[in-house]
Design a protein around this ligand. Structure first.
Ligand SMILES: [Mn+2]
Length: 433
């Protein structure tokens, strides 16, 4: 038995009796409220949120980066860490890759065949690809300093398009089915960029990428209100994203990264509007206090996360045609063990999903019809205040995971073991997009 499996068995044995007690109590409470706890366990077991390959390394800010011990140095090592997350929480089998950081080698360890074999061994799969035209890579001819897909120079735009097409080819070889484009294009000075023409060029470049999409793939475009450009950003908000997606093509959809909005923006309403417009492609979950996208999902504003899932579950239960958003974490781990942050965040996301199933939707519809805001809020709060932890733990146990993933992970000694096997490297291809 591996150290990890032994730690799961050992910690689960210690946590089982308290879990049984809490589960039985919650079952009585939910019976009274006419919710079927078994159905909720099934929902929790069926939930999926993908892990970004760059999330298993320490992130950083523009001021610095403080690497932790045992950081993965290669894609195979990143997959090993993702495998640890999945083996403990059991809802994260999907991985999102970043090119060029995760570009497979041409042959030998780290080539496409060895990556596919490792994925199979770990019970993981590649879900989506991410391009990178917000940095210059050593091998490229032209610089993205003044933009990529919207650059004024056709040759730079073509280089960025070719890079995205290469991501599609790599993703196809690894079994992915979606491609996400986030660009850093924008301006720092009034007058620097012709707003209308830069949008024209952006859309035209995306059309070329859309035309290269393999069968069955979806193209997600990710907006962000600022950073790295601080005066203007080409794809700055969800409305622009929606309108661009419509012009780009029918398989182009909007992706919502929670941290890519100005403070206090009503993200749950944006989510509902994109669902109404049949344009919601997916999510990058994280949390933020100011204007960043770096904090762990659910760590600052768990009620906001719940309200977002309230909209998603409402749409799911209504059976809206074509509603199939892709869920992924996208956050930067600067002061924690990335594996612990990813596990905790995945659990916060599924927590919000399960809590949203506890909204009495018939009563909510009645409160809305009667213009009774206090009753409406009470119904949402009743769901949000319910501690569904026993449901989540039960779902993990039934899938072979850990009742307390962080406790099991620490007991396994995994980080100490990989710290010995993986000496630090200067650059690990991690960060935030
Ligand atoms: Mn993102």
């Amino acid at each position: 038995m591996s150290a990890l499996a032994a730690a799961v068995a050992d910690t689960n044995a210690r946590c089982q009796a308290p879990l049984d007690e809490d589960y039985a109590h919650l079952q009585r409470q939910l019976d009274r409220r006419r919710f079927d706890i078994e159905a909720l366990v099934a929902r929790a077991m069926g939930f999926r949120v993908a892990i970004p390959s760059w999330g298993v390394g320490t992130g950083g800010t523009r001021f610095g980066r403080f690497p932790g011990p045992g950081e993965p140095r290669t894609l195979l090592e990143k997959l090993d860490d993702c495998g640890v997350v999945q083996s403990l929480v059991r809802i994260t089998p999907g991985i999102s890759l970043h090119i060029p950081w995760d570009k497979p080698r041409d042959s030998g360890p780290g080539d496409a065949a060895s990556i596919r074999a490792r994925l199979l061994e770990l019970g993981l799969s590649i879900e989506s690809m991410n391009s990178n035209t917000f940095q210059d890579q050593g091998s490229q001819q032209l610089s993205y300093k003044f933009g990529s897909l919207s650059h004024t120079d056709y040759a730079v735009r073509q280089q960025a398009i070719d890079h995205n097409l290469e991501c599609l080819a790599i993703g196809r070889a690894l079994g992915a089915s979606a491609h996400t484009v986030w660009i850093g294009d924008g301006g720092n000075f009034p007058g620097q960029i012709h707003f209308r023409r830069s949008l024209d060029r952006y859309i035209e470049s995306l059309q070329a990428i859309h035309a290269g999409l393999p069968d069955g793939w979806r193209l997600f475009i990710e907006h962000k209100c600022y950073e790295p450009a601080f005066y203007s950003t080409v794809l700055n908000d969800w409305g622009t994203s929606y309108l661009c997606a419509r012009e780009v093509g029918e398989r182009c959809l909007s992706l919502v990264d929670l941290g890519h909005h100005a403070p206090n923006v009503n993200i749950e309403q944006i989510v509902a509007q994109l669902i109404r417009l049949r344009a919601l492609g997916g999510f990058h979950f994280n949390d933020s206090k100011f204007g960043d996208d770096d904090l762990d999902a659910g760590s600052i504003k768990p009620f906001q996360l719940f309200l977002i899932f309230n909209e998603l579950v409402d749409a799911e239960q209504e059976g809206i045609p074509g509603f199939a958003p892709a869920y992924m974490l996208d956050q930067s781990h600067n002061v924690t063990d990335p594996i612990e942050s990813l596990m905790t965040s995945a659990m916060e996301v599924v927590r919000a999903y399960v809590q949203a199933h506890l909204v009495d939707r018939a009563a909510l519809a009645e409160a809305q019809a009667n213009n009774d805001p206090m009753r409406a809020l009470q119904l949402l709060k009743a769901a949000f205040r319910t501690d569904v932890s026993p449901i989540l733990a039960e779902a993990r146990v039934r899938e072979g995971g850990a009742i307390d993933p962080v406790m099991a992970y620490r007991a396994s000694g995994y980080r100490g073991a990989v710290a010995k096997a993986r000496p630090p490297v200067a650059s690990s291809g991690s960060g935030i997009v």
